[in-house]
Design a protein around this ligand. Structure first.
Ligand SMILES: C[C@@]1(CC(=O)O)c2cc3[nH]c(cc4nc(cc5[nH]c(cc(n2)[C@H]1CCC(=O)O)[C@@](C)(CC(=O)O)[C@@H]5CCC(=O)O)C(CC(=O)O)=C4CCC(=O)O)c(CCC(=O)O)c3CC(=O)O
Ligand SMILES: NC(=O)C1=CN([C@@H]2O[C@H](COP(=O)(O)OP(=O)(O)OC[C@H]3O[C@@H](n4cnc5c(N)ncnc54)[C@H](O)[C@@H]3O)[C@@H](O)[C@H]2O)C=CC1
Length: 212
C-alpha cells in the first residue's frame, strides 16, 4: 500500500526524539528547520545535539527512556539502536494516538521521513517507500542539480503576484490563466540570469495594468 504524502506544520509543536546518535541528529535537524519544540531523551548525544542543548535550541534530558515519555508529544521519533526499545516507544506512542517514526524497523511506525530538496519555499520530498533510502538520497541529489536556488526567488515573485491577483482579479478563470502563463514563462530564467528589467516587463505585460 502507498503512503499518504503530507507536509506537517510543526511550529511550536512538542516533538520527542528518543536516542541521540547520528541518525537522531539528522532527524532533529529537520525538525528544528521546521520550528518544532524538540526534546531529546538519550543518555548520550552527538556533539551537534549537545551544542543545540547548550544554546537552548532544544531540550536534552540525559537519561534512558521512561515509561510514558512517548505519550506527551505531537510527534515521536524512535531513533535508538535497539529494535526492542524502539518498538516499545512506538507502542506507547501509537496507543496514545501520536505520530511515530521508527528508524530501524520498517514493520512498525506510522510515518517515514523523506529525502528533501529545499529551495526557499519550495520543498521536493522523495520517498522510495522504504525500499532503498540510499536511492532516495541519490534522487534528492539529482533533483538538487535540476532545481537550483533560482526557484526560491521565482516562487517569492510568483507568491507576490498571486496575492495581488487574488485581491484584484475577480474572475477566477482569468486569474488562473495569468498564473499558468507566468509559471510556464521565461520569468524563472530571467530571474536566474539577473535580467531584472526584462523580468519586470514580462510580468507587467502579463498582468496588463495590475500594479505590483
Ligand atoms: C524507512 C525509513 C524510516 C525513516 O527513517 O524515516 C528509513 C529506514 C532505514 N534507513 C536505513 C539506512 C539508511 N538510511 C539512509 C538515509 C536516509 N534515510 C532516510 C529515510 C528512511 N530511512 C525512511 C525511508 C525513506 C524512503 O522511503 O526511502 C532519509 C531519506 C531521510 C532522513 O533520514 O532524513 C535519509 C537520506 C536523506 C538524504 O540524504 O537526503 C542511508 C544512506 C546514507 O546514510 O548515506 C542508509 C544506508 C543505506 C541503506 O541501507 O539504504 C536503514 C537500515 C539501517 C541498518 O542497516 O541497520 C533503515 C531501517 C530499515 O530499512 O529497516
Ligand atoms: N532511518 C535511517 O535513516 C537510518 C537508520 N539507521 C539505524 O538507526 C539506528 C540508530 O543509528 P545511530 O544513530 O547511528 O545509532 P547510535 O548507536 O550512534 O545511537 C543510538 C543512540 O540511542 C541512545 N540510546 C540507547 N539506549 C537508550 C535508551 N534506553 N533511551 C534513550 N536513548 C537510548 C544512545 O545513547 C545513542 O545516543 C541504528 O539501529 C541504525 O542501524 C541507520 C542509518 C540510517
Amino acid at each position: 500500500m502507498n503512503s499518504y504524502g503530507v507536509f506537517l506544520n510543526l511550529t511550536g509543536r512538542r516533538c520527542l526524539v528518543v536516542g541521540g546518535g547520528p541518525v537522531a541528529e539528522r532527524k532533529i535537524t529537520g525538525l528544528l528547520d521546521c520550528g518544532a519544540d524538540v526534546t531529546v531523551v538519550s543518555p548520550t548525544v552527538t556533539d551537534v545535539i549537545a551544542a543545540h542543548a547548550e544554546t537552548g535550541t532544544l531540550k536534552w534530558e540525559a537519561r534512558a527512556y521512561r515509561e510514558g515519555d512517548a505519550t506527551r508529544s505531537f510527534l515521536v521519533i524512535a531513533a535508538t539502536d535497539s529494535k526492542e526499545l524502539n518498538r516499545h516507544v512506538y507502542e506507547e506512542a501509537e496507543a496514545s494516538g501520536r505520530l511515530c517514526n521508527v528508524v530501524n524497523d520498517q514493520s512498525i511506525g506510522n510515518f517515514t521521513v523523506p529525502a528533501l530538496v529545499r529551495r526557499g519555499r519550495l520543498q521536493v520530498a522523495v520517498s522510495t517507500g522504504g525500499a532503498a533510502p540510499a536511492v532516495a538520497k541519490r534522487i534528492r541529489r539529482e533533483l538538487e542539480e535540476h532545481f537550483g536556488f533560482e526557484y526560491a526567488a521565482f516562487l517569492d515573485e510568483m507568491a507576490e503576484i498571486r496575492q495581488l491577483l487574488l485581491g484584484t482579479v475577480r474572475d477566477e478563470r482569468r486569474r488562473t490563466k495569468i498564473l499558468q502563463i507566468l509559471a510556464e514563462s521565461e520569468l524563472l530564467t530571467l530571474l536566474r540570469d539577473g535580467r531584472g528589467e526584462e523580468a519586470r516587463r514580462l510580468v507587467e505585460d502579463c498582468l496588463g495594468g495590475h500594479e505590483i
